[in-house]
Design a protein around this ligand. Structure first.
Ligand code: DQA
Length: 146
């Protein structure tokens, strides 16, 4: 197994910083990538940070994470969290542990966000801590919690 951790981000997260800042804050995805790279270095991990607006791309990247021997995947599937049986199946299809990540806490928001297909197969969920959700998830990987 490698020290590589895939950090996969779904739709609309490329607009973090300006997108609904009252919910998601003003931190950009590049800021999060920089923060995670620094933290990963301290923890002896390496991150592969990606974002796509396309569901099937996330499926392909989950398969790739396993093929590359990644230690874990941090997955913020954004709205696909609540709709995608394809992502649920992909997480079940790979042995690489997946941590579900969200900036906000979807369980305290609209009822259509209360179902998480990703959460049905994820090893752990970290949500509601803003950008820190990613850091907490990375630290969980480093500590061997997943
Ligand atoms: C999100 C929560 C989702 O419900 C929403 O669709 C997103 C972002 C979050 O990080 O809080 O796009 O995944």
């Amino acid at each position: 197994m490698t020290n590589l951790v895939y950090v996969l981000n779904g739709p609309n997260l490329n607009l973090l910083g300006t997108r609904e800042p009252e919910i998601y804050g003003t931190t950009t995805l590049d800021d999060i990538a920089g923060m995670l790279e620094d933290r990963a270095r301290d923890l002896g991990l390496e991150i592969e940070m990606r974002q796509t607006n396309h569901e099937g791309m996330l499926v392909d990247w989950l398969h790739e994470a396993q093929a590359e021997g990644a230690r874990a995947v941090l997955l913020n599937a954004a709205a696909y969290t609540h709709t995608s049986i394809a992502l649920l199946d992909a997480i079940k299809a790979i042995r690489t542990p997946v941590i579900e990540v969200h900036l906000s806490d979807p369980k305290t928001r609209e009822s259509f966000r209360h179902t998480s297909y990703v959460g049905m197969a994820a090893a752990m969920t970290v949500e509601g801590h803003g950008a820190d959700s990613y850091r907490i998830a990375l630290e969980a990987v480093a500590s061997g919690a997943v």
